[in-house]
Design a protein around this ligand. Structure first.
Ligand code: NAD
Length: 304
């Protein structure tokens, strides 16, 4: 075929056959395709927001990112963004998630670290161009991470919060006693500083410092670990971390949580009146937009 065309061209003959094979109204046929491409390009132009750590480097990175996205036709919209960039570290990423907690169905998150390495952050501060190129031209792999729903009750009051990494009850002023119920049955009485209940994604955070296991992504399990538990002849609790099914319901009860804090991600509050804390994995989930094809274990190896 190629040989024939070459011969035709040598003789100065127009490749008639190819001209005739072309549909007569090609322009009309191409128009819908052009419009689809135009629409697809337009839909790639999204609304974005940037949450950054309050240091000079992060501030400059935010300005640089906003400029570059603006040049690509994206619009900055803090109220209803499609994509939220967290510039700083893992703490900033957690802060960003909590800032957009009521819009999680519509928002995806991208992490950029301006200092030390971060588990949630896929780009270094010197990779801003690559980050902009990725988000404006590629579709991400979305990693979903379900949040813990924590309800603290007592004194006729009820308070509900959400956590991406973990929730902890910590009492550094006196020994905290807690009865632990799992799925409606009494499990044990704990004595010590406190307890940490983490998600899969939080298993590499505080949980890991407590000697908890790292849980690979794709396994939405919960893990309950002790924070300096007291173990001797009179008192004994499990001591080792306990890995629980995703649908588990954990209840922590105490006659007094005086002096204790309920910590969740980077936040905390005093447990004053509360006598019961209920925790389970909620349907609320965070969508992390991953543009880099890095397997979980690879990510883990790089960071630790
Ligand atoms: P931060 O932002 O300074 O974070 C503390 C450290 O935890 C940082 O090194 C951060 O990179 C790391 N981290 C946070 N989430 C992680 C995750 N999912 N996987 C791996 N590493 C992670 O501290 P902050 O704002 O006070 O607290 C935020 C989070 O930091 C908490 O949810 C807690 O898990 C973690 N933290 C850990 C320890 C510890 O390991 N002893 C102490 C405090 C806080």
């Amino acid at each position: 075929m190629e040989e024939e065309t070459t011969k035709e061209n040598q003789k100065g003959i127009k490749p008639l056959q190819r001209e005739c094979a072309r549909p007569p109204d090609e322009g009309k046929l191409l128009r819908p395709l052009k419009e689809t491409v135009k629409k697809a390009r337009k839909s790639m132009k999204q609304k974005f927001a940037v949450v950054h750590r309050p240091d000079e480097t992060s501030r400059q990175l935010k300005a640089e990112l906003a400029d570059k996205l603006g040049e690509a036709g994206w619009t900055e919209d803090e109220r209803q963004p499609d994509l939220v960039f967290a510039i700083g570290g893992d703490g900033t990423f957690l802060y960003a998630v909590h800032e957009y907690l009521d819009q999680l169905e519509n928002v995806k998150f991208v992490g950029i670290h301006s200092g030390t390495l971060g588990f949630f952050c896929d780009y270094r501060c010197d990779e801003m161009d690559l980050c902009v190129q990725d988000v404006t031209h590629r579709s991400p792999q979305c990693e979903s991470a379900r949040l813990l729903q924590v309800t603290a009750r007592g004194g006729g009051q009820e308070k509900t919060i959400y956590a991406l990494n973990e929730m902890r009850i910590e009492n550094v002023t006196k020994t905290q006693l807690m009865d632990i119920d799992i799925n409606g049955s009494f499990f044990e009485t704990f004595r010590g500083t406190g307890l940490c209940l983490c998600t899969q994604i939080g298993s590499t955070a505080y949980n890991r410092s407590l000697g908890g296991a790292v849980i690979e992504s794709g396994l939405p399990l919960l893990q309950l670990s002790e924070i300096t538990g007291i173990h001797h002849r009179a008192y004994r609790s499990l001591a080792s971390p306990l890995i629980l099914r995703p649908e588990s319901m954990i209840k922590l009860r105490s006659a007094s949580f005086e002096g204790a804090f309920l910590c969740y991600d980077h936040l905390c509050f005093n447990l004053d009146q509360e006598t019961e804390i209920e925790v389970f994995q909620s349907q609320k989930q965070v969508q992390i937009a991953r543009y880099r094809d890095l397997a979980y274990l690879q990510r883990l190896r790089i960071l630790f």
